[in-house]
Design a protein around this ligand. Structure first.
Ligand code: MG
Length: 371
């Protein structure tokens, strides 16, 4: 592997086209750490840290990720020490791992999709719809996306905003659109009212809501609650925030979990761990879906490669770039009737546009080996 001679860290901040509200946060901007591995004898590699500004989805957050990268992770990489010496900080580690891998694969002329074993050339989109002021606003937004050819929608839900908006969207879009809901851990497995709401969402009886999955109803550490719910409802429970590693998945399986897993490279600490989780899920017959974190084009390219893996059988969190940003740091991804092409160029297959990257960079530093 080409050793990096330096690592560049940038905090970039992009306005979202529309504010995005989930059960735990409202976002108007996306601020991420972009990692660039500078290699003396080969092309640079790029990675994106998907931590958000506040630690409400996951314990990591942008400023913390920048700190741990600068003071603990990058110095180890530049000294040839293993990242595993540092506990946690999965999103920061993943960004660095992806940047290093991207540099290597670019030098080899090989795509990340090929490296991972992705067997599809294109993937269907899945549009995540946040919580809105009114049900009518949500339905109108859902219809706009469906009219543009998108065939899968994920609705953010939270106690008090679940069955009514979900049924309204189902009635409006008809039976052929795949519909998922994602609670981001905002229900409690010890609240009877919450269990009743989830039982209603998870029933295949009339009226036909027919969800593909209910994602992360309970807090991350409530594996027992998730396993019990999965045994009680007809619709698969999908674990997102509960799975930070292959060991977490094995714990869930050991408790008897049957259902689905949201696969996010950042959350699990890198591509290699994501690949192990993909393998275990396939071996155990669990469905996977490629998750998203409102990534820039760098992360979107990576997510497209993940979504093209054979085990990713459920709709992903993947939309065209215009869903998120008026202007992305990479050339935009456009869909064709709800289908996106998986990049097959070297590495991630996309690179930032330097002028745009410079314009949206809030903070930049370069760390060199031996300094
Ligand atoms: Mg989720």
């Amino acid at each position: 592997m080409h050793e990096p001679e330096a690592i560049e860290l940038r905090v970039v901040r992009l306005p979202l086209v529309t504010p995005f509200r989930s059960g735990h946060a409202t976002r108007t901007h996306r601020e991420v750490v972009v990692v660039r591995a500078l290699v003396a004898d080969g092309p640079d590699g790029w990675g994106e840290c998907v931590a958000e500004v506040e630690p409400t989805y996951w314990p990591e957050y942008t400023a913390g990720a920048l700190h741990v990268l600068q003071h603990h992770l990058v110095p180890r990489v530049l000294a040839g020490a293993p990242l595993q010496e540092v506990r946690g900080h999965h999103m920061a580690k993943a960004a660095l791992e992806v940047a290093l891998l991207d540099a290597r694969l670019r030098a080899e002329g090989r795509s990340v999709a090929d490296f991972l074993g992705a067997d599809r050339t294109e993937v269907s989109t899945g549009i995540a719809l946040g919580i809105t002021e009114t049900v009518e606003e949500l339905v109108d937004t859902a219809l706009v996306w469906c009219r543009q050819g998108h065939r899968a929608l994920k609705l953010k839900v939270t106690p008090g905003w679940d069955a009514v908006p979900a049924r309204a969207v189902r009635a409006a879009v008809g039976p052929d659109v795949a519909l998922l809901v994602d609670a981001n851990g905002t229900y409690r497995s010890d609240f009877p009212g919450h269990l009743a709401a989830l039982a209603s969402l998870g029933s295949l009886a009339a009226p036909p809501l027919a969800l593909v999955a209910i994602e992360q109803p309970f807090p991350p550490d409530d594996l027992v609650g998730h396993v019990a719910l999965a045994q009680q409802i007809d619709v698969p429970v999908c674990l997102d925030e509960s799975i930070g590693s292959l060991a977490d998945l094995d714990t869930a399986l050991g408790l008897g979990f049957r259902g689905a897993v949201n696969l996010k490279v950042g959350r699990v600490g890198g591509l290699l761990e994501a690949h192990r989780i993909h393998q275990r899920s396939q071996d155990e017959g669990l469905d996977l879906r490629a998750g998203g974190m409102l990534e820039t084009g760098l992360g979107r390219a990576l997510n497209l490669a993940v979504a093209a893996l054979p085990g990713c059988t459920l709709p992903p969190d993947l939309g065209p770039s215009t869903r998120y940003f008026a202007r992305d740091i990479t050339p935009p991804f456009h869909d064709r009737d709800g289908t996106l092409t998986v990049p097959r160029g070297p590495g991630l297959g996309v690179e930032p546009i330097e002028e745009v990257l410079d314009e949206v960079t809030e903070n930049q530093l370069i760390l060199r080996a031996g300094e």
